[in-house]
Design a protein around this ligand. Structure first.
Ligand SMILES: [Zn+2]
Length: 303
């Protein structure tokens, strides 16, 4: 997702609380937070039906809460940016691509869950899907938790065809299905526990920053990259199942990285795997995508 609908709260550093005699207390506080953080981590893990992996999702962030946040963010975005006329040709085309992808969500989720030996979670059942086209030069798109989507007009010339638009939208829908928003919020909470531990135990601001930087590179960023790789895979299967040509994914991402010239919008730059890795991954997924197309799109090359 391009926008971060969850905001970010940050605990102040509280100034350096250093001094003699705090040595033991500091360790006790750190240990306390470590136990708290560990318990939080262990008690808030669920099996992701799409990967079979245990992921961190705060128990208090239900699908409904996530959806409400998504809706709030969507309304704010649509107030700031300009959606094109829903009856325009472009809006109709994008809506039809979205509808084809959405129609295949139940089957694709069930098929992937069966492969991974997991139970489909059916979160999409509570989604209120909607899609708008936003007038903008950015080659971008997003799908918020709860199913609210947008495609930026700047994506169209880079995508060039409906298959490539479907690959991008499939990727965005996959983020919502995989609850990456809730996972990110939960990771932020864990990070905040770490920040509080640092601040309260009297670590000096510089030490705290080093710890946070290590967490960013060692924990948060790889997670974000993994989310992108997962969204690429699930999105590709959705596009294939909805009768789009998954082979368009490779030239699409090549064009995306050329078009961006190092200035890609956030969704497609910082957290994304480098273009070479992404294209390798997608190429490796092609036989599976073609199998999904053969299975879920019996009419073959229907457009
Ligand atoms: Zn993404």
């Amino acid at each position: 997702m391009r926008q971060d609908p969850y905001g970010r709260s940050q605990y102040g550093q509280g100034g350096g609380r250093r001094g003699g005699g705090l040595g033991n207390l500091r360790w006790i506080i750190l240990l306390g937070f470590l136990v708290y953080g560990g318990c939080y981590y262990l008690n808030n893990r669920v099996v992701d039906p799409y990967t079979g992996e245990k992921v961190l999702i705060d128990n208090s962030i239900g699908v409904e809460e996530e959806k409400a946040l998504g809706l709030q963010a969507y309304e704010e975005i649509l107030q700031q940016e300009q959606p094109v006329d829903p009856n325009s040709q472009i809006a109709q085309q994008v809506r039809s691509i979205a509808q084809r992808l959405i129609a295949k969500v139940p089957e694709v989720e069930a098929a992937i869950a069966a492969e991974k030996g997991t139970q489909p979670n059916g979160n999409w059942k509570s989604f209120d899907w909607d899609v708008n086209v936003i007038q903008s030069d950015q080659a971008n798109a997003f799908c918020l938790p709860g199913g609210k989507m947008a495609v930026y007009t700047g994506l169209i010339p880079v995508a060039k065809n409906a298959d490539a638009v479907a690959v991008v939208m499939g990727h965005e829908i996959a983020h919502a299905l995989l609850r990456h928003g809730a996972q990110r919020m939960s990771q932020q909470k864990l990070t905040q526990i770490g920040q509080m531990a640092g601040a309260m135990s009297g670590m000096d601001p510089q030490q705290q920053q080093m710890v946070m930087a290590a967490m960013g590179y060692g924990y948060l960023l790889p997670y974000a990259r993994e989310h992108e790789t997962q969204a690429d895979e699930v999105g590709l299967m959705l596009a294939a199942a909805a009768c789009f040509n998954p082979e368009e994914a490779v030239p699409l991402w090549q064009r995306m990285s050329e078009a961006s010239g190092g200035q890609a919008p956030p969704e497609f730059s910082s957290t994304h795997p480098n273009p070479g890795t992404r294209i390798q991954n997608l190429t490796a997924l092609m036989p599976k995508a073609m199998a999904y197309r053969a299975k879920f799109c019996p009419q073959g090359a229907a457009k």
